[in-house]
Unconditional design. Structure first.
Length: 196
């Protein structure tokens, strides 16, 4: 008994240090083994309002949203094939209110237009809102605004890299689409990002 007590007295610091080391290793082990238990859908490519969500635009990632998990869509939820109810930028998590079974804007027309590479912002991306201007061929006429807050649906990156005319698809109502087509026949279209 005395030998045990003497041993503890002589090696008290070593025993305390060893116990602290074991306790810290246990804590690290517990922390490393706790990983996100759920999964959520994240946007990997901008999705404009009213468009059908495809597999290459979203990705399932691990996430632990705790109490907020009911507000976001996860693995068992079918997101692909549904329609975006709002513009979804890259990096956003897909919430329950962000998708709908039916197209949210059934009157939208997806209109392809040709725009010179110098007549659109360099960093223009899918989902951006733009104002469309026309510079008439007739020099006596002044440039004019054709449409406000039109959503960019698609940009042909290959034609953009080559220069010249860039194929851009916009989402607009049938009335606005008719105005854009008329303006395109009268002159050169210029796209300007709409300040939000």
């Amino acid at each position: 008994m005395d030998d045990l007590q003497k041993f503890f007295q002589r090696n008290f610091r070593r025993i305390l240090a060893g116990g602290a080391l074991m306790l810290s290793l246990l804590a690290i082990s517990i922390l490393l083994n706790t990983s996100p238990s759920g999964s959520v859908w994240m946007v990997t490519s901008a999705i404009p309002t009213g468009t059908k969500i495809t597999a290459n635009e979203i990705e399932l990632i691990k996430g632990n949203l705790a109490a907020d998990s009911a507000h976001f869509l996860g693995a068992p939820d079918a997101v692909i094939g549904q329609y975006a109810t709002r513009s979804l930028p890259v990096g956003d998590l897909v919430a329950v209110t962000d998708v709908d079974h039916g197209q949210s804007n059934p009157t939208a027309t997806y209109l392809p237009i040709g725009v010179a590479v110098d007549d659109l912002p360099l960093d223009l991306a899918v989902g951006d809102l733009v104002d469309i201007y026309v510079i008439p061929k007739d020099q006596t006429e002044l440039p004019a605004v054709v449409a406000h807050r039109v959503t960019i649906q698609n940009i042909d990156q290959k034609s953009r890299a080559l220069g010249g005319s860039v194929a851009v698809s916009v989402s607009a109502s049938a009335t606005v689409a008719a105005i854009i087509i008329t303006a395109e026949s009268q002159g050169r279209l210029v796209l300007a990002r709409d300040p939000i």
